[in-house]
Design a protein around this ligand. Structure first.
Ligand code: PLP
Length: 383
């Protein structure tokens, strides 16, 4: 059976060239990169090359890129690390109500530890209101953390505008969870006034379990782990050399602007055909071109998203009800609640997330299968 993978916001298929370089690293550069001998130096060189490849894409200095175990760790390190190091300057920290749990849960902990946490609301397209941010910012604020692209609805925040507001304050850092925006938008942290930028390998066709945190030179950040001093002591522990190598290769191969336009065209075809040909459907969050190229969140009235996921799976189509990490939970999506979607539409929401591997033919196949599946499920629901 044909398999069509439309769950690329959850994770992506590793690029064959990344896998190839990983294999070489795993089999020929297995020495400890901290070892003094030639084999150690070979492994260290591979890490250096990967760091350079990632830094090139972010247009930053390689010395500002620190490897971690993934987006979750990068977010924890950035937020908790800044809170620990700047707590003597202020007690207020700001984030949004639609962040990934690897951000929100850290802010919950900060709240328990006595920080004053402000959560920015979003409009029905999933964008924060800069006026609300202006109101929240004060001399006591030490950190603002805002995601570049939302993982459930693909809303894109205006980081340049936010960065300008933040630049007016001393002892205030700007962190961006860039896990969904790296490779999907041209975000250059230094130019946008972003001090810390989290990225993850497995969302860009690299291996799982590896990520990075960009830390602008001069940013004061406490490390969370003590150890042997790797990654300048910010993130000690023997490096995941093959993972880092695969991440570096995947970063080198990230989609160009033309590639992203191709993905937008596929998204346009998918969304327009669904909205035109299946009654009782809505596109949630931003409209096609205001949102990320790779994410379309659509509600199917009168259908349970979870049931639709499994029905499509039987046709070889892989989609998701929302964020992979929370889609096995019973609780409704807090992101869809935040954009004021009514309960029935939240329950009937499906996230389609695309990649360059998808073709127009695949999209047409998916819509055809969706039409029959939705009709069948609605009939069953009416019985
Ligand atoms: C926006 C966002 N932030 C953070 C993460 C966590 O990244 P990782 O899976 O690399 O820990 C994800 C993964 O789903 C995400 O979508």
């Amino acid at each position: 059976m044909k398999e069509i993978y439309l769950d690329n916001a959850a994770t992506t298929k590793p690029h064959p060239k990344a896998v190839e370089e990983m294999k070489i690293a795993l089999t020929t550069a297995y020495a400890n990169p901290s070892s003094l001998h030639g084999m150690g130096i070979k492994a260290e060189k591979l890490i250096k090359e990967a760091r350079k490849r990632i830094a090139n894409k972010l247009e930053v200095n390689p010395k500002e890129v620190y490897f971690t175990s993934g987006g979750t760790e990068s977010n924890n390190l950035a937020i908790q690390g800044v809170a620990n190091s700047l707590k003597r300057y202020g007690n207020r920290v700001i984030t949004t109500s639609i962040e990934h749990p690897s951000v929100l849960e850290v802010f919950n902990r900060l709240e328990e530890d006595g920080f004053e946490v402000k959560y920015l609301s979003v409009d029905n397209t999933g964008k924060i209101k800069t006026d609300e941010l202006k109101k929240f910012l004060n001399e006591d604020t030490i950190l603002v953390s805002i995601m570049g692209i939302n993982n459930e609805i693909g809303s894109i925040q205006s980081l340049a505008e936010i960065g300008e507001l933040i630049a007016n304050y001393d002892n205030l850092y700007f962190h961006v969870d860039g896990v969904q925006s790296f490779a999907k938008a041209d975000i250059y942290p230094e130019k946008l006034g972003v001090d810390l930028y989290s990225i993850s390998s497995h969302k860009i066709h690299g291996p799982k379990g590896v990520g990075a945190l960009y830390i602008r030179k001069g940013t004061r950040l406490d490390n969370l782990m003590a150890g042997s001093g790797q990654e300048a002591g910010i993130r000690p522990g023997t490096e995941n050399v093959p993972g880092i190598v695969g991440f570096g290769k995947a970063a080198e191969l990230i989609p160009t602007k033309e590639d992203r336009d191709k993905i937008y065209k596929l998204k346009e075809l998918l969304v327009n055909r669904i909205l035109d040909e299946i009654e009782g459907t809505v596109l949630n969050g931003p409209d096609i071109y205001s949102g990320a190229c790779h994410i379309a969140n659509i509600s199917f009235e009168g259908v349970k998203g979870e049931v639709l996921v499994h029905t499509l799976e039987r046709e070889g189509i892989y989609v998701s009800t929302g964020a992979a990490c929370s889609s096995r939970q019973e609780t409704p999506s807090y992101v869809l609640e935040a954009i004021n979607l009514r309960k029935e539409m939240i329950e009937g929401a499906i996230r389609f997330s695309l990649s360059l591997e998808i073709t127009e033919e695949d999209i047409n196949y998916v819509v055809d299968k969706l039409k029959t599946s939705v009709t069948m499920l609605r009939k069953i629901m009416q019985r």
